[in-house]
Design a protein. Sequence first.
Length: 261
Amino acid sequence: MTTLAWIVVFTAASGIASAMLAGVFLLLPESTRAKALPHLVSFATGALLGAALLALLPEAMETVGPAGARGIGAALIAGLGLFFVIEKMVLWRHAHSHEHDESDHAAHAHSRDKASGVLVLIGDSIHNALDGVLVAAAFLTNVQLGILTVLAVAAHEVPHRVGDFAILLHSGMSRGRALALNLATGLTSVLGGVIAYFGLRTAMGALPYALAVAAAGFLYIAVAGLIPALHRRADPRTSLAQVLLIGLGIGVIAWAESRLG
């Protein structure tokens, strides 16, 4: 297959599979979901850390050599700043939509639920398009790195989509409509991947820095998004399970990297 075909097939497959798995997950009893979701988050944390630190960043550093290390560091910092700003914008929009909570709760409750559903769809579309860009940058480097990046994206997308699916249902959508819209937003990763393919292919010198930004995105999601949620439970048994599952996520990426590399 051509590089573009790899990007289209894997971004589409990842978007569809994560949405379908989230839909199936919500069919499970609530008690089962409550027990399983934190374990998925722990595994996803490890997969993101492994992909960033064992695959994306080493590939970027190897491509530019020692002379370009400072540039990769700058790209990593820029990437962390970019994802920080994106998260701030999402949080600001969320807070703005809830600013009337105290003044007229009854009148605004239903509209807020609907607005939350719309915001989730918009946010997911942008988020998945960015995932497509990260995947394209990896595939333009080599197919093996692309597959590893897709694995990491899929690992964190499933628990993320479970939460979004629940918000869509809470906003009044039927299960069928929520699933269809979740699938549609997942396919925006294809659009992001195709745009990045043509953009980065014409500027191959920027590719290692795009990999560094991709690594920054994975690190930011893991460290700023997922790990704080894991700290909400600090009992020894849960903490041990978290450490083991984070290690498993890292181990899966390391194993896949050694097999594919």
